[in-house]
Structures are given as structure tokens and as C-alpha cells.
Design a protein around this ligand. Sequence first.
Ligand code: SF4
Length: 363
Amino acid sequence: MKISVPNLGNTSIAVKALFEALKVDYVLPEASSKRTLELGVKYSPEEICLPFKIMIGNYIDAMERGADTFVITGSCGPCRYGEYCELQINILKKLKPDINLIVIDSPGDIGKDEFMKRIRRVSSESPLGTRDKIKALFTALNTIKSMDEIEKTLRMKAGSEIEEGQCKRLLYQCRKKVMDAQGADEMTAILKEYKKEAAKVPVDKNKKPARVAIIGEIYTIIEPFSNLFIEDKLMDYGVSTTRTLYPSWWIKNTVMTALKLQSIDIRLASREYLPYYIGGHGRECIGEAVLAQRHGCDGAIQIFPFGCMPEIVSRSILPSISKDKDFPIMTLVVDELTGEGGYITRIEAFVDLLERRRKRCII
Ligand code: SF4
């Protein structure tokens, strides 16, 4: 069994840490690219959302590298994600009949026994005992938490860094070193070192950069290729960005959902505009927009794939938040036909607007 997972931002780092600690044979797809998307588009239904197509491209790429088993998270929720695993396994089986897909669904949806059965399947080839397997899982969780913290710090400091480009350079260096590391211990040591480096990045306190919250559909936000690397572009423009939906947030949120204690702040903040879960992270998007304004951001950018049902609902609510709170919110919709030129022009115009509003406030 050669195991793999589709790309999803920093989660590749946690997956590498987990499988190396478990000592199981694994392969990761190459970083998502135009080729990945072309492969995905070729084998996916035309009307399905962008994450599905990129994931199919990742599966095919990993299959070319020898993968025969994939692990994905499932959802019985009301959006298309609930159909992903069935559709994907049908497509993959046509390409390679002996392929396996292990869907990690929430225990509440599939039952505790089935959940444990699927987890055991993932780790079935590991030579480790139960205790060491649990230790490996915690190592992976710590890895993703550290990587997300480093990224958060650097993206926030990017707007006021003294040495231009330092934050982005450190972030890329950190990711590369971690992905090149041999074993979970080396990965942990590198992350510790970069956490200190990120904290030490000097900033100019007199700079008052625009602060932008990135909100919207979780996959498009976390997987940089799918949003045309928007956060990196904003770093280049000297803008500080913040977002809630990091992989470590998703893990914590999933665990807390079982106790009905998930993201209480977001739920409370969204209550006035959207008091229900509508699938995907539509409710979170609304709550995050309200919180971003409360926490002093200058604006928010909502990103979602063309045809994403929960985010279309959020999009229809965001103008009310924007008007009520005098808070600029821009929406970007992405799909395989998104042209980078028009996309960049819209981001630049929005940043320009935020900077002028900020100057007006300072004067
Ligand atoms: S949240 Fe939107 S983009 Fe994501 S799977 Fe559901 S419909 Fe598709």
C-alpha cells in the first residue's frame, strides 16, 4: 500500500510528519500547478466546483508516482463536498481499478466503530504499537499547529517589515526546509527554529499597513494555487493579512463540533446576519467578516470557487455587513478560467481603496 492525500496548503507538512513517524510508505503529489488543473479538468464533471478538479489532478499525479490508496476527509453536509468521495472513487477506479479511497468522516455521521475501522486502515501497515501511533498523530498535530502559527505571524508582519520581502522569504524557506527534512524529529526542530525567526522579524512601528481578512470557502483559502496565491501577492504589496481558516483551526473545530462547542466567537458574530449552518463554511464567512471589522481590519476579501453554493449565500449577505459597518468587502470568484490579469487588477484597486481610507482616517 502506497498512501497519498491531495494537496491542501500546510496539511502536506502534517501528512509528511504523520506518515514518516508511522513509518508507512507514502507519496505526496507535486505542488498543484497548471498541469494539475488540466488533468483535473480533463477527468472531472464540467459543472463541479474547482476544489474537486484540483484534487482529481493531485490524485492522478500521485498515482503516476505509485500511490494506490488515498485518504480524504468526508462530509455528509448539504454542499457538493458530500458527493466528492463517491464521484472521485468512480473516476479513479476507471483510471486504475485497484485504487482505494479511505474517507475519514466525522464519527457522528458514520459511527464510532466505522470511524475507528477507517483510521486503523490508514495505519495498518505501520510497524508501530498503538502508543507510538498515537504519539505520531500528536507529532503531526503539533507540526501543523507550528507551521500555521509561523505563517500567521509572517503574513501579519509582512505589512510593517523593515527589510522588504523578509517575511515571504522566511515563509518559503521554512516550508521548503520542512518538506526536505528527514523524519518528524527534524521537521519539529526546523519549525521550532523558524518560529523563533518569525518572532524576531523586525518591524517598523510607524508603518500603518492595510490589514485585510481573507474569508470564504475553506479549500480555496487554504490551498494557495486555487486562489492564485493571493496572500503572497498581498505580502508583495505590503499588506498584512489575517485569516481564521487554517488547517489547525479546522482540526480543532472538527473536534469541538462533536461537543457542540465549535467556534463560539464566529457563531455569536454571525447570529445577526446568518444564524444557521448552510453547508461548507458559509456561516463562518459571515462571522469572520463581522469579527474582522471588530478586530480593526481595514477590509475583507471573500474568495470562493464558481458555483459554490454556501458562499453564494454568504456573498448575498456580505453587502449588508459592509453597509452597516462601513467595512469594505470584495468578493473574488475563481475557477479554471480565471485570468490572472483581471484578478490582480481587482486586488490592486481594493488595496488602493483601503490605503486611501486609512490615510483619510490618519489625517
Ligand atoms: S463548499 Fe463550495 S466549493 Fe467547497 S465543496 Fe462545497 S460547494 Fe464545492
